[in-house]
Ligand binder design. Structure first.
Ligand code: HEM
Length: 158
């Protein structure tokens, strides 16, 4: 039986589901690219949402970035996100929940010794019915904080 969503995470319940879609990426130091993405956001009745994400190159199908983490909502209008990335990066992000939108900004970016330099990350997500749009900005590899990703996904389950 699926448990009820814990009331403390209800402000972020609009994120629940399996999402699939397409995105594009840019940065001054790299070639622009297009990707396919799957995001799964689930819960177990406790006051957090589990988040996992996978991406593939749009034309070659080669696996690209992936990440996993947890969302929390300490108040009805505040979100917290912890994320681990296979590139040796961890993020601690916080920011406001506004209806079915959440804007997160890194409070901390941790890097393993071999990880690329990432100093700031900003994630803005908006859900409109079964459509999720996000953009991601970062300050990395000596470049000022700017756009890296933009994507649109559809809720395909949940
Ligand atoms: C949908 C998720 C993402 C995709 C598909 C993606 C894809 C890519 C690709 C294809 C590149 C260029 C080739 C490479 O260096 O591997 C790249 C570079 C990079 N990405 Fe992402 N990325 C994603 C998310 C992120 C996130 C969340 C961060 C940091 C928090 C990040 C940080 C970087 C950095 C630092 C570079 C290297 C730039 C350079 O070396 O000049 N990416 N990304």
């Amino acid at each position: 039986m699926t448990p009820a969503v814990h009331p403390d995470i209800a402000p972020l319940a609009f994120l629940l589901g399996t999402w699939a879609g397409d995105g594009t990426g840019v940065y001054p130091t790299i070639e622009p690219f297009a990707y396919r993405e799957e995001i799964v956001i689930s819960h177990v009745g406790k006051p957090f949402l589990a988040y996992r994400q996978r991406t593939w190159h749009a034309t070659t199908g080669e696996p690209l970035h992936a990440e996993a983490g947890y969302y929390r909502a300490p108040t009805a209008t505040a979100a917290e996100l912890v994320i681990a990335q296979p590139s040796g990066i961890v993020e601690v992000d916080t920011g406001p929940i506004d209806g079915t939108a959440v804007s997160l900004r890194s409070q901390l970016v941790g890097r393993t010794p071999s990880a690329k330099q990432v100093d700031s990350v900003e994630r803005n997500l908006v859900v409109d019915g079964d459509t999720l749009r996000y953009d991601l900005y970062m300050g990395a590899v000596g470049q000022p904080h700017q756009i890296h990703l933009k994507a649109i996904l559809r809720r395909v389950e949940g």
